[in-house]
Structures are given as structure tokens and as C-alpha cells.
Design a protein around this ligand. Structure first.
Ligand code: PHE
Length: 439
């Protein structure tokens, strides 16, 4: 079987941007920006995302491209080439990031299911006749979510079934432009509402004092890692489909920039509207499933804007979920010699079945989501960085990142990657545990 490739740099970037833009941008970024100092929050955030997390992005891409394998095969190759007979150990280690991202997929699919349900509710105009806060509590954690969860798994499955180019790339080429366009429309609606000014102030008036608080920096760092999908598997497998002439440093700057723009657009689209209706911006599910439906229920033209909003969030969800399923699919194809079709079907079924007990209990759902994002995912990011920069070697890593790049990294990049980036990746793991989640 010939390994698939993206059609070009644009397809590769769009797929990566699709992975990056997800619930993290929508249900965390806007709230965090407001809560941790408004415009002042952008200082640690931009610093971490451009100067630190982008190194992780380039690392994962270059790692995948250099080995033309996903994490399991890539780790195996690197171990084996350093010391014969250690390949199996490498493969076992490479299993960790793949499993981590798959664990995230299992609960993410449930959230996409909720979003699908809310999309349908917005289409039928049901928000105006229901008790929105109460509804979320009676819907989630019950068997009612199972059908929607199944739809989310099915949607992800269909995209990944079509493969790298005809599935993932194509879907992102449709979903990303639509997502950005919708966010711009919503932004215009949101900032022109009477009373939107308080929300704009909440978001933008810098509260410099927040920069003196450790938590501000910790949250910005966690956000930077999670939003770029760093976990050692997703961006790695996407990189393994990248062409050799893809300029990785430039692609990483573009991906980080698009992802940041999406976060800002979402924040502009959400927060001013929330303030215009005297609601409290919340973090997490509360924002998306309670506050926002309330906003659209009260807003002039809210029916149509509500539909657009939930459509855009569904797209943000699917463009990420496909990137969580693909690493495991690649692993099954490569390790077990399965066809893509069978790998996708088997893994989708597994993800769905494991997710079932999470459907029916919010306690179990919360526990699983925590374990996956707080413990396992940051560990995957750390392991891949150590293997690439320390075992494959910082010099080889730099050469792969610089391959066909217009602006190349100098020698300084090697100690920076090896010591600074790897230490920060370790710190992200420790802080996640200490704070009970920062991503
Ligand atoms: N970046 C995605 C988001 O912000 C999450 C993600 C994590 C996607 C890990 C893939 C892998 O929602």
C-alpha cells in the first residue's frame, strides 16, 4: 500500500488548523481571556503559543514526516536505528500517544453528539419553548444522548473512511472556510447588539495585575499546548502525510496564526452577546449549552444566528475528532496490516462502546475526560518530544524541520528544543496534575 499524501501545503495546513480549532478555542479561550486579564492574557498566551507550543507542533510534524509513520512506527524506527533490538520498546512507547488521543476522542465524540442535538434544537426553534438550563442537566448523562453520540461517531467515521486526501483534507477544505465565515457573521451580530460594550471591555481592557498571578501563566501555557493538539499522535500522523517540500517552520506559523484568529473571532462572537443579555460568561459546557442558547433565544434574528453558531461548532468538533481517530487508524493499518475501511470500522465501534457508560453518567464522563486530558495527553506530548529531540537527536530533528524551509533555524534551536521545550512539556504535565487540568 502506498502511503497517502496531502495534495499540498494548503491541504496540510487546513487539516492541521482543523485539528487545532476545537472546543478548546470555543469553550475555554474566550472565557479565559476575560477571566485572566483581558487583553493582558494575550501576552502569556501569544508568547507560549508562538515561542513554545509551536516547537511541539514542528516536532510532531517533522517526526512523522521523517519516519513516514504514525507514532508507533516512528518511535519503533528511531529506537531500532539507535540500537538494534529496541524497536519493540519504541513501538510500545509510541502506543502511549496514540492511546492518549484515542481516549480524548472517546469523550469528544459524546460532546459532538450534544452539539448535534443542539444544532437540531436550534433548527427547530425549540430554545424558545424550553427551560434551557434545566434541559442540559436532564439531557446529558442519560440514554437520550446515545443516538446523538452514535451520529457523531458515524460522521467522524465517514470522513476518515475516505482517507487522508478525499476524506480529512476535503472535509477540512469545506468546513474551515465555512467556520471562519460564520464566525465573522456572528461577530458582527454580537458586537452590534446594544450593551455589547461591557463584553468588549471585559475581554479587552487589560488588567495588568493578572500578569502577576501565577495562574494566568499556567492557564495560558495549558491552553497553548491543548489548542495545538499536542499529544504526540495527531500532528505527528498529519506530518507523516506531508510532502518533503512542505516548509514546516512557515506552516507552523500559519497554523498557529489561523488558530489564534479563530479563537479571537469566537471570543468576539460570544462574549459581547453574553454581556448584552446580562448573562455571565461561563467556562466549559455551561457556556455552550446553557448561556449561548439563552443568548440566541433573546437576540433579534437569534433563530438563524443560533443555527449558524451550532453549525460552526459542529464543524470545529468534527475537524478535531477526525484528527483524534486517524492516529489509531494509521496504527492499525501499519501494525496489523488492516485495510483503512476495517481499521476505521473497528476503532469507531470500540470508541462508541467504551463511550456508552460515559453517555449515561456525567460523573463517569467527567472522570474519563479528566484522565484523558490531564494525565494521558500531556504525557504523550512529552514522550514524543523526548524521543524526537533526545533519541532521534536535536541535530537530526533540526535538519528535518529545516528541510526545504525558506527561513531555517540556526544551531541555537537544538539546545532550545532539547532543554527548554522538553522541560516546558514536562512542566505542562506536572501543572496539569497540580491544577487538575489546565488545557
Ligand atoms: N485542539 C483541539 C481543541 O482545541 C483538541 C485536540 C487535542 C485535538 C488533541 C486533537 C488532539 O479542541
Amino acid at each position: 500500500m502506498k502511503r497517502e499524501r496531502w495534495t499540498g501545503k494548503m491541504g496540510f495546513i487546513l487539516a492541521s488548523v482543523g485539528s487545532a480549532i476545537g472546543l478548546g478555542n470555543i469553550w475555554l479561550f474566550s472565557w479565559r481571556m476575560g477571566a485572566y486579564g483581558g487583553a493582558a492574557f494575550l501576552i502569556p498566551y501569544l508568547l507560549f503559543v508562538f515561542c513554545i507550543a509551536s516547537v511541539g507542533l514542528m516536532e510532531e510534524w517533522a517526526f512523522g514526516r521523517s519516519q513516514r509513520k504514525g507514532a508507533i512506527g516512528a518511535f519503533k524506527n528511531v529506537f531500532e536505528s539507535k540500537k538494534a533490538g529496541t524497536g519493540a520498546l519504541g513501538a510500545a512507547l509510541g502506543f502511549i500517544p496514540v492511546l492518549a488521543v484515542f481516549a480524548v476522542y472517546i469523550f469528544y465524540a459524546i460532546v459532538i453528539g450534544w452539539l448535534l442535538k443542539y444544532f437540531v434544537l436550534s433548527v427547530t426553534g425549540a430554545f424558545s419553548t424550553m427551560n434551557i438550563p434545566e434541559y442540559f442537566g436532564t439531557f446529558t448523562g442519560t440514554g437520550e444522548t446515545i443516538g446523538w453520540h452514535a451520529a457523531a461517531v458515524l460522521g467522524t467515521m465517514v470522513i476518515v473512511l475516505f482517507g487522508v486526501r478525499k476524506g480529512i483534507e476535503k472535509a477540512n477544505k469545506i468546513m474551515m472556510p465555512v467556520l471562519f465565515s460564520i464566525l465573522v457573521i456572528l461577530l458582527i451580530r454580537s458586537v452590534t447588539l446594544p450593551g455589547a460594550g461591557d463584553g468588549l471591555a471585559y475581554m479587552f481592557v487589560p488588567d495588568w495585575a493578572k500578569l502577576a498571578e501565577t495562574e494566568t501563566w499556567v492557564m495560558a501555557l495549558g491552553q497553548a499546548f491543548f489548542t495545538l493538539s499536542l499529544g504526540g499522535a495527531t500532528m505527528l500522523v498529519y506530518g507523516s502525510y506531508a510532502r518533503d517540500d512542505t516548509d514546516i517552520p512557515s506552516a507552523s506559523m500559519q497554523t498557529v496564526l489561523f488558530n489564534f484568529i479563530a479563537s479571537l473571532l469566537a471570543a468576539f462572537a460570544i462574549i459581547p452577546a453574553v454581556f448584552a443579555f446580562d448573562l455571565d460568561p461561563a467556562a466549559g459546557p455551561g457556556l455552550l449549552f446553557v448561556t449561548i442558547p439563552n443568548v440566541f433565544d433573546q437576540m433579534p434574528g437569534g433563530h438563524i444566528f443560533g443555527i449558524l453558531f451550532f453549525l460552526s461548532v459542529v464543524f470545529a468538533g468534527f475537524s478535531s475528532s477526525v484528527s483524534m481517530l486517524e492516529p489509531a487508524v494509521e496504527g492499525f493499518m501499519d501494525k496489523l496490516g488492516m485495510s483503512r475501511t476495517w481499521a476505521v470500522i473497528v476503532l469507531s465501534l470500540v470508541a462508541f462502546v467504551i463511550g456508552l457508560p460515559l453517555d449515561t453518567s456525567m460523573a463517569r464522563f467527567g472522570l474519563w475526560a479528566d484522565i484523558a486530558t490531564v494525565y494521558v495527553l500531556p504525557f504523550g506530548a512529552l514522550v514524543s518530544a523526548v524521543v524526537f529531540f533526545w533519541i532521534f537527536g536535536a541535530d537530526n530533528a533540526r535538519a528535518e524541520i529545516n528541510k526545504n524551509a525558506v527561513k531555517r533555524f540556526g544551531k541555537w534551536f537544538e539546545p532550545y528544543a532539547k532543554y527548554v521545550f522538553v522541560s516546558v512539556a514536562l512542566l505542562v504535565m506536572i501543572l496539569n496534575i497540580a491544577f487538575g487540568g489546565i488545557g
